[in-house]
Design a protein around this ligand. Structure first.
Ligand code: AOF
Ligand code: ZN
Length: 352
């Protein structure tokens, strides 16, 4: 029975919701959810939960009760990403679909991974499976914008974040200046937990002595990165404590470091080089926390996908370090509020 694209949407939305549960846990892999539906009844659900572990389709099939197993060949499989075609850390999901005798598969995005790239859709069609693609495609691409960027641009998704006063200052020069509230800080720690790496410039590292962790929100801590070409971060600072994986883009320091890597960037295109190295090391989301000169260098090179700007609408500094400036804001904007803080997210179209 063929259904209209509209009838498929609620189930694809369910795939997105399931997929999102793995935020911060599967990168650089995509967030993928899968739902098996018989008639109007969901008989199985699953999502890709951890990097290197079972894919969404496998978990969805495994979740079907013994009493419902015989319904699988008559069920529709919804999946926000085309099932994989290749032997990776798990066998191809497309073979599972065919082995289970599933006759209808509905997908949001085809998988841009060159090892997949439409081949599973072809294989299923050739086997007589009815395949629908492109359901809520834009939402799917937004959900997996980091994966798509990592595959198509061979660099991580770059998110620039800063907090500013109502009059546009990110702080007073040379001193740490609190801008947003503690509740907003919890949100920014959630953003950190969802990132693979967090970067700051040397001045921010020196003045703020940041830990760059996500202590206010659960989840794995990201890689810490500091740009420190001049070697100005004081030796006693958190970023040089070797307590967590850290990249320092600058001269090596004396002493023994087990988790700290001193990275030598070329003078030409240093940021491009850093992003390339991060992508090669499987980091797909880079969160850039400042300061304004560091933000500006990413903006000037066109190396960003998202801006997250927190404005304390009640704080006027009158003077200080101005926030970075942009030739034009990215086209899409979402705004929300936490107390006096306004949170504006601007983003480009996903890099598909
Ligand atoms: C699927 N379902 O749930 C996911 C897929 O290293 P592996 O074996 O985990 O494979 C990772 C690749 O598989 C990833 O780059 C993407 O192309 C696809 N992800 N595919 O059928 C899933 N997470
Ligand atoms: Zn798979």
């Amino acid at each position: 029975m063929t259904r209209s694209a509209d009838a498929h949407q609620p189930y694809i939305r369910r795939c997105f919701d399931l997929a999102r549960r793995a935020t911060g846990a599967v990168s650089p892999n995509p967030l993928v959810g899968a739902v098996l539906v018989h008639g109007d009844r969901i008989i199985g659900e699953g999502w890709h939960q951890r990097y290197g572990q079972a894919h969404a389709e496998i978990n969805a099939v495994a979740s079907v009760s013994a009493a419902d197993r015989h319904l699988i060949p008559a069920a529709r499989l919804y999946c926000n990403l085309e099932p994989c075609f290749h032997y990776g850390k798990t066998p191809p999901c497309v073979d599972l679909v065919l082995r289970e005798g599933i006759r209808q598969v509905i997908i949001s995005n085809t998988d841009p991974n060159p090892k997949v790239a439409g081949q599973s859709v072809q294989k299923m069609c050739a086997a007589g499976v009815e395949v629908v693609t492109g359901v809520l495609e834009a939402e799917g691409a937004r959900l997996n914008r980091a994966f798509f960027t990592w595959i198509s641009k061979k660099r991580p998704l770059v998110i620039l974040k800063w907090a500013q006063s109502a009059d546009g200052y990110v702080g007073r020069a040379g001193e740490q200046t609190p801008i947003s509230s503690l509740n907003t800080q919890r949100l920014t720690h959630r953003w950190r937990a969802a990132a693979d790496a967090i970067l700051v410039g040397a001045h921010t590292a020196r003045v703020d002595n940041p830990r760059l962790d996500n202590r206010l929100y659960p989840g794995a801590a990201p890689l810490r990165i500091a740009l420190d070409r001049g070697g100005i971060i004081p030796a006693g600072h958190h970023l040089l404590d070797d307590s967590r994986p850290t990249w320092i883009a600058g001269p090596a320091r004396p002493g023994r470091f087990a988790q700290t890597l001193f990275v030598d960037l070329p003078t030409e295109n240093p940021l491009e080089n850093l992003l390339e190295r991060l992508a090669e090391a499987n980091y797909a989301i880079l969160y850039v926390e400042g300061g304004p000169a560091t933000h500006q260098s990413f903006i000037d090179r066109g190396l960003f996908d998202e801006l997250r700007i927190i404005t304390n609408t009640e704080l006027y500094l009158g003077d200080g370090l101005p926030a970075a400036t942009l030739p034009a804001r990215p086209p899409h904007r979402e705004s929300s509020r936490i107390g006096a803080d306004r949170i504006d997210i601007f983003y480009q179209e996903p890099n598909r």
